[in-house]
Design a protein around this ligand. Structure first.
Ligand SMILES: [Zn+2]
Length: 267
């Protein structure tokens, strides 16, 4: 239990960094060397202003220097990253007492890196309605390296490696058709690249679970927004966040969903 709390706190700090990366990609600033500052008054932030979630709560959501409101995005992304990190750790079966191979530990790091990139994509797409290529392509490169390493370590057979690649290609082709035939109205081209990455991470048939989840939740939220009058039928809604939540859902529950589906159809 103490290890899960530790992983959660690690995730909070990573989340704080991911917020910073997402903002600085947009502003085209260096995101490693430059100090953090308030986006309104540009005052340099001290260590006390940068404690994830806690700083936001203790400052009641306002900048210490200019009292300007701080976006809810910051604590939400920090909390979200903490939860995602802990969930991945827990679902991979890690515990303080277990004995884990080097490969399993690398697998944990691989998934943490991929989901960190996906969280940046989530925030960026929700705010700016596009996904930076740097983020998607980094994820694709990391995934190819991981699949190659798994093959080299004799964890995956050549057939299984192809399975992951085909999943990406299948998902990307499907989304390419949606993008092409709707002339970019149903999907952005960023989503085509994102689902290729999802296929590489999830493989088959997990990718189907992720896409299905994204379409279902996207439709439900879309209908609720239209009923409440918040969105018009035609207004643009970024689809990336649904795909990314779908990826997490499929990673954690994909096999159960597929077993449940087969048990229904065999009855
Ligand atoms: Zn300020």
């Amino acid at each position: 239990m103490i290890d899960i709390i530790f992983v959660f706190i690690l995730g909070l700090f990573i989340g704080s960094f991911l917020n910073c990366v997402a903002c600085r990609i947009f502003l085209e600033e260096d995101f490693v060397l430059k100090n953090s500052y308030c986006p309104n008054c540009k005052h340099k932030l001290s260590a006390l202003d940068l404690v994830p979630v806690f700083s936001f709560l203790s400052l009641r959501g306002k900048c210490r220097y200019c009292k300007d409101k701080i976006s809810w995005q910051y604590p939400m992304v920090e909390l979200g990253t903490g939860i995602v990190f802990a969930l991945i750790y827990y679902y991979l079966g890690f515990s303080l007492l277990g004995n884990f191979s080097g490969y399993q530990i690398w697998n944990l790091f691989y998934l943490w890196i991929v989901f960190s990139l996906l969280i940046i994509a989530f925030v960026y797409d929700a705010r700016h309605y596009l996904i930076p290529d740097r983020i998607t392509f980094s994820g694709i490169i990391v995934s190819f390296l991981w699949i190659g390493f798994s093959f080299y370590s004799k964890i995956l057979t050549a057939g299984e490696v192809l399975g992951f690649v085909y999943s990406g290609v299948f998902a990307a082709l499907f989304f390419f058709c949606l993008w092409f035939f709707s002339r970019g109205k149903a999907m952005g081209f960023g989503d085509v690249k994102l689902v290729f990455l999802m296929g590489l991470v999830l493989g088959f048939p997990n990718i189907i679970v992720a896409l299905f989840f994204a379409f279902m939740t996207g439709a439900v939220v879309g209908i609720i927004l239209i009923i409440r009058g918040a969105k018009k039928m035609k207004s643009q809604v970024p689809f990336g966040p649904y795909l990314i939540v779908g990826t997490l859902f499929a990673l954690l529950y994909g096999p159960q969903v597929i077993n449940w589906y087969w048990s229904l159809s065999l009855r």
